[in-house]
Design a binder for this molecule. Structure first.
Ligand code: SF4
Length: 466
């Protein structure tokens, strides 16, 4: 602050609520447990506060639909008379949800394939996703995990938490643990505290994160008790999930103020949704409102190929158009990374407009957001080996089997081939002296693969003594 004084806390807001709850005392309205036990999920309950369309009524009355439950606070953000309200589209089903579409899947990110123990997804080299509950404060119609989320009889057990934590303990390459679900912030506070304490006790776990939509559905959960609890486990980070600027209420602003004062860095993940936020101008408004409440836009996700979400999907080109309208047009720290989470389980793939127009030895031709085209002249005397002495001073973090393209660039490998590549090309031909295995070195490129990480891998993959 210019005057040397800390900013005043954001004052507790006028409570956002639909007329139906005007007489509920503030203490109750601001009690997250009251909000959870007064959620709405039937046609009759929802019609007390909004005018449902025929399509919404049909969907709500149909069998086998992904769970519906909406907190009174969040439903109060819906325009009761506008069927196109962007808040409504996120939480109230329509019968379009029942329409199948090509490529839809139950587990489109193949998370269950990458789970060494139930509920723990180990997809990236140094971090894991720990699913701790199947319950949420409200349910998003495009939920990637709708296959497991919402069923109260199918949540994780203590034994499964033990197995997840035991895997993290015996896997030293994991430095970052992200708790998700479902939504970890609906867990009983004592249980969440216990899980965080056990993770913090693992020496190689550097960062603990929670991904949660509770601050958006239920900002009253981010109370002093929660902030005091998470402060014990720093470095602790939190990612919230806001898709539209109407979700940024005085209540959410006050919750983010409490969290950031507790030293928690907060990011935001959005999903690009048709009719909700698929607009350059709405995305600009969203990210500007986020940074005003000290939340850093982190990811903008392409909607996954998940059952029920067909009508909310956009094209990838719409995402690229949005990124074109952000980069350069506003502050860099306000711009999220646009990603497609790879169908089939490859993880997040960043997608950007193309700014590199041409390359030749010594020159790169680039363009900026306005179409200004420039040339960057590269040095002719650059020595990329000069840094190696410094690099040798720090421990390398091996990425067993997941080095990917970096391994090619490091000269440790010359090519990556799909599984079965060599066999397919052999086409069942008989062995011939010209391609016999004892002269395999004829395919060994000189100087490539000089660093052998096989030993590193063996050491890392070997299970530790229990
Ligand atoms: S809060 Fe997250 S896990 Fe829960 S329904 Fe929404 S997207 Fe799915």
């Amino acid at each position: 602050m210019a005057n040397g004084q800390a900013a005043q806390p954001v004052t507790e807001p006028v409570h956002t609520r639909a007329p139906y709850w005007q007489d509920v005392p503030d203490e109750k309205w601001m009690d997250w447990r009251w909000q959870m036990s007064n959620r709405l999920n039937t046609v009759q309950e929802l019609e007390r506060v909004i005018n449902l369309t025929d399509s919404e009524r049909r969907a709500l009355d149909s069998k086998g639909l992904f769970r519906v439950d909406i907190t009174p606070y969040f439903v109060s953000l819906i325009d009761p008379d506008d069927p196109h309200c962007p808040i409504r589209k996120q939480v109230i089903p329509t019968d379009k949800e029942l329409v199948p579409f090509q490529s839809m899947m139950e587990d489109s990110l193949a998370e269950d394939k990458h789970s060494p123990v139930p509920g723990l997804v180990h997809r990236y080299p140094d971090r894991v996703l720990m699913l701790v509950t199947t319950q949420c404060a409200s349910y998003c119609r495009y939920c990637t995990r709708s296959r497991i989320v919402g069923d109260p009889t199918q949540t994780f057990s203590r034994k499964e938490f033990d197995d997840q934590i035991a895997y993290i303990e015996r896997t030293p390459q994991i430095r970052d643990v992200l708790l998700s679900g479902g939504d970890p912030m609906v867990l009983a506070p004592k249980l969440l505290d216990m899980i965080l304490a056990r993770l913090r006790a693992i020496p190689h776990v550097e960062i603990i994160r929670i991904g949660s939509r509770v601050p958006v559905f239920l900002p009253m959960r981010v109370n002093a008790e929660f902030c005091d609890m998470v402060q014990k486990y720093h470095p602790f980070w939190l990612n919230i999930h806001v898709n539209h600027h109407k979700e940024i209420t005085p209540e959410l602003a006050a919750a983010m103020d409490r969290l950031t004062r507790a030293g928690v860095p907060v990011g935001n993940q959005s999903v690009l949704l048709a009719g909700v936020n698929d607009s350059v101008h709405l995305q600009r408004k969203l990210i500007h409102e986020l940074v005003k409440i000290r939340v850093r836009p982190y990811y903008l996700y392409q909607c996954d190929l998940v059952e029920g979400s067909g009508h909310l999907r956009t094209t990838v080109s719409k995402g690229i158009e949005i990124m074109e309208g952000l980069r350069g047009h506003t502050s860099g720290y306000a711009i999220p990374t646009y990603v497609v989470d790879a169908p089939g389980g490859g993880g997040k793939i960043p997608v950007t407009p193309n700014y590199v127009l041409a390359q030749a030895p010594g020159k790169v031709v680039l363009r900026n957001f306005e179409g200004f085209i420039t040339t960057y002249t590269e040095p002719t005397d650059y020595d990329p080996t000069e840094i190696l002495a410094q690099e040798a001073l720090i421990a390398r973090r091996p990425e067993p089997g997941q080095e990917g393209i970096t391994r090619l660039l490091a000269g440790e490998q010359m090519y990556i081939e799909p599984a079965g590549f060599a066999e397919t090309r052999a086409r069942g031909g008989s062995e011939h002296r010209l391609r016999s295995s004892d002269i395999a070195q004829k395919w060994q490129p000189l100087g490539v693969g000089a660093i052998d990480h096989a030993q590193e891998r063996v050491a890392l993959e070997a299970p530790k003594e229990e």
